[in-house]
Ligand binder design. Structure first.
Ligand code: HEC
Length: 105
């Protein structure tokens, strides 16, 4: 029984985190949600928890992707005092870029 539970838990983990080839679009969304979502809306037609914070789905899609690469790597927060400095790895940036490309929302 114990082994079965463990294998199941592992399966869930693998599906959720270790399968970038299959789930990159939604991975990008959940990354944004996790790191920016307490202030920003991160999907179309949703409202930011903080009124002053723009909807990132709309805002970030207006940025050229080279700019997103740089800003995500350096940490967006450096430009906005209200925001914490949050940096992304190259893989995470790729996931976010995929999400913003609109493959899936
Ligand atoms: C603690 C709340 C908070 C968090 C967390 C946060 N932001 Fe923000 N962000 C804000 C607020 C408030 C503004 C609008 C005021 C400003 O421009 O400083 C803003 C503005 C922005 C803008 C608009 C900049 C512009 O030039 O108009 C972008 C892009 C942005 N945030 C990206 C992000 C990203 C990406 C994350 C996650 C990695 C994030 N923010 C996390 C509060 C937050």
């Amino acid at each position: 029984m114990k082994t079965v539970g463990c294998a199941l838990a592992l399966q869930v983990l693998i599906t959720a985190f270790a399968c970038p080839a299959h789930s990159q679009e939604s991975e990008g969304q959940s990354l944004l949600k996790k790191r920016c979502g307490r202030c920003h809306a991160v999907s179309a037609d949703s409202k930011s928890p903080i009124a002053a914070a723009p909807n990132l789905w709309e805002k970030l899609r207006s940025y050229p992707s080279e700019r997103l690469d740089v800003e995500f790597a350096e940490g967006m927060g450096s430009r906005h005092p209200a925001m914490p400095q949050i940096q992304f790895t190259a893989e995470e940036i790729a996931a976010v870029q995929n999400y913003l490309a609109g493959v899936q929302r």
